[in-house]
Design a protein around this ligand. Structure first.
Ligand code: SF4
Length: 707
């Protein structure tokens, strides 16, 4: 029997785990009491991780490379050499004939930082395309642009220990109790210790988190910016702002005053569907608390105005000086386990490594020098929705998908499925061979997964933890970084024969060391860290050379990563959701997470006990809306948007107000069945935020009918 310390692979809390294994079988998992982010706690998902590695749950694993040269035929078994040479030939020919932007990579916030780094170097360094985006685009990109536009760089300024210092918690667009359960336990403990702690929750639904709050603001979907502007209006009116802090550290105050002038509580109450006095209470508690901490997630991010929502919330902290102090600051919670690591290495089509910009000649020159290439792309590549649109139109011809399931997780699935069917070549690098995307793959490359691979991840509080293998890879499965390196070397011989390889990596540590060097002098500098140090203890960034520890909190000196050193107020306007309810589609659909499931269920869907909380797909509706349509609780209904329809059982949901319906995002074809049911995202809206390019997965207009 062996014990291996690693992390949970499910969410951005990044809990440390101790894996027990016997031979090549993982037999148990428990929380790592020494990990500073969870101190031994795990939620239901984390504590059942070992069951996802059981032989029964592993039936759907991909264990050897598969390929087909004819779409009409099933894939057959091939060797690694045969499959990778075939793909390298096809990619090289496509790039030579149609240019670097004719191919694309769609990767994942569940990859490790080392995997992410190699894919980005492969696309932006070797091929010369920025067409490398990630499912983190669906999760975190509005938080990235929100931070960039206000604080200068994509760096969450807070830590989990701020939960212990806060006197007021402002939770917006996050059902923390279900999405980040271990953090919610910490919030509960904080209130037990400090009954005076005020908790405000902003959420259209009366979730478990909202029920815990002292004040719940059940705003209408998408109206967050109106609410935040009104809170600021009141703070200005009541002189509850920190003029000294603003004068010293923030730009744009005059424009901000103009932007929020019309947002009286009465106007906002009308737009947001909440009481004016509740807005006033929220503004007062936020501004007058000795320390206010905001926690926010997909309710703000997955929106066609996601950047504005994030930035308008940061405004509240800058205006009141609630930042850079213990218990105070705007703290974006990461959805995926390593969305943060991906952001660090430039794992988005809109960024370069270590928070560099594709549009900066200096940044591009630095990356080209570090990578030993002539140039890197000078403009953004195709972001998630754009990438599949481009595949649909033929602008992008070939796609390599790694560790993600876009045929279930992208909005507007009918179009995404058409795009995958039209592609000249679909390569899928996956641990599982039974995902919704697998049938579209011409080449399936088996990858290792949790408990089998080595590397690092970074969680929501900027803490880097070593991920460790407890058992060997099944069959011929290989690590994601190693597959990407092997392919990159084969592509080099075709695109740049005779040149020395820029992929000299023989281990994840070698990849990480190059990534570390890329951060030198940047805001997230980790040149003071080594794998050996991370072996001993997880560490927060920045951790520059010479430092003895990472930084718990950013901006404690009031100096921001902008040309002037000052933060910037967001002064944009409120915009409603992209798709308004109307006579044809009168209901507002919101989507979200179930407590015990993760994303597309490729892993949690294999564990029977995780269905104990919610056993089957159900559309939540208010009793009023069900009665109005003559629907009975548990009746099969058809829910239709402008993009398609799915069939599910309807259930009375007391968390919802009339006019709104709720459907968890997890359910895919495997659970919904039926010819027209590719999954929840058959009906969701691909409209995206103009800055973050994050789609509005949280809102669509629909109609619901009895079948
Ligand atoms: Fe895993 Fe997140 Fe649960 Fe922690 S809170 S055990 S990281 S799913």
């Amino acid at each position: 029997m062996k014990e291996t310390r690693s992390t949970c692979c499910y969410c951005g809390v990044g809990c440390g785990v101790v894996i027990t294994s016997e031979g090549e079988r993982i037999t148990a998992v428990r929380g790592d009491a020494d990990h500073p982010s969870n101190r031994g706690r795990l939620c239901t998902k984390g504590s059942t991780l070992h069951l996802t590695a059981s032989p029964a749950a592993s039936a759907g694993r991909a264990t050897h490379p598969e390929m087909r040269r004819d779409r009409a035929l099933p894939r057959g078994r091939f060797t690694w050499d045969e499959t990778l040479d075939h793909v390298a030939d096809r990619f090289a020919a496509c790039i030579r004939e149609h240019g670097p932007d004719s191919v694309a990579f769609y990767i994942s916030g569940q990859l490790l930082t080392e995997d992410y780094y190699v894919f980005n170097k492969l696309a932006k360094g070797l091929i010369g395309t920025a067409n490398v985006d990630t499912n983190s685009r669906l999760c975190m990109s509005s938080a990235v642009t929100g931070y960039q536009q206000t604080l200068g760089v994509d760096a969450p300024p807070c830590s989990y220990e701020d939960l212990d210092h806060a006197q007021c918690l402002f939770i917006a667009g996050s059902n923390t109790a279900h999405a980040h359960p271990v953090l919610f336990r910490r919030i509960e403990a904080a209130r037990e210790r400090n009954p005076a702690l005020k908790v405000i929750v902003v959420d259209p639904r009366r979730t478990e988190t909202a029920r815990f709050a002292d004040l719940h603001l059940p705003i209408l979907p998408g109206t967050d910016v109106a609410l935040f502007h009104a809170m600021l209006h009141l703070m200005l009116w009541d002189e509850r702002i920190d003029r000294e802090y603003i004068a010293a550290h923030v730009e744009g105050f005059d424009e901000l005053r103009v932007a929020v002038r019309e947002w009286t509580p009465a106007v906002a109450a009308e737009v947001c569907g909440v009481k004016a006095e509740d807005i006033a209470t929220a503004a007062k508690w936020f501004a007058t608390s000795p320390a206010t901490l905001s926690l926010y997630c997909q309710g703000l991010n997955q929106s066609s105005s996601g950047t504005a929502k994030n930035a308008a919330l940061v405004n509240l902290h800058l205006a009141t000086g609630q930042i850079g102090r213990p218990g105070a600051g705007p703290f974006s919670l990461t959805g995926q386990p390593n969305a943060m690591g991906g952001r660090e290495v430039g794992g988005l089509a809109t960024t370069l490594a270590a928070h560099r910009s594709l549009t900066s000649a200096i940044d591009r020159a630095e990356m080209a020098r570090l990578w030993g290439v002539d140039r890197v792309p000078d403009r953004a590549g195709k972001t998630a929705v754009e990438l599949f649109d481009a595949l649909h139109s033929g602008e992008v011809r070939m796609v390599w998908i790694a560790c993600t399931n876009p045929a279930q997780s992208m909005p507007n699935l009918p179009k995404v499925h058409e795009a995958l069917a039209r592609a000249e070549l679909v390569v899928l690098q996956e641990a599982y061979r039974d995902t919704e995307t697998a049938p579209f793959a011409d080449v399936l490359l088996p990858a290792t997964t949790w408990g089998e691979k080595e590397g690092t991840v970074t969680n929501s509080e900027r803490r880097i933890t070593r991920v460790r293998a407890a058992v060997a890879a099944p069959g011929e499965a290989r690590d994601d970084w190693a597959i990407a390196v092997d392919f990159a070397r084969r592509l080099e011989t075709r695109l740049a024969p005779g040149k020395p390889s820029i992929f000299p990596f023989e281990s994840p540590e070698a990849v990480w060391n190059e990534h570390r060097e890329a951060t030198r002098g940047r805001d997230l500098d980790i040149t003071g860290l080594t794998y050996a140090m991370l072996e001993r203890e997880p560490q927060q960034w920045p951790f520059p050379e010479g430092a003895s520890e990472g930084r718990v909190r950013l901006y404690t000196d009031g100096v921001f990563h902008t040309p002037t050193g000052k933060a910037k107020f967001f002064t944009g306007a409120y915009r409603p959701v992209a798709e308004k309810a109307d006579a044809r589609f009168p209901l507002q659909l919101t989507t979200g997470r179930l407590r015990d499931h993760w994303h597309g269920m490729s892993r949690t869907g294999n564990v029977a006990q995780l269905f104990g909380h919610v056993p089957e797909p159900r559309l939540g509706m208010s009793a009023t809306d069900m009665t109005r349509r003559g629907l009975a609780d548990g009746e099969l209904v058809r829910i239709q948007s402008r993009r398609g329809a799915i069939h599910v059982l309807a259930a009375i949901d007391p968390e919802l107000r009339s006019g709104q319906v709720y459907l968890p995002m997890h359910w895919g074809k495997r659970f919904l069945g039926g010819k027209d049911s590719a999954g929840t995202n058959t009906i969701t809206n691909p409209a995206f935020d103009r800055d973050s390019r994050q789609p509005e997965l949280k809102h669509a207009s629909v109609k619901v009918e009895a079948v």
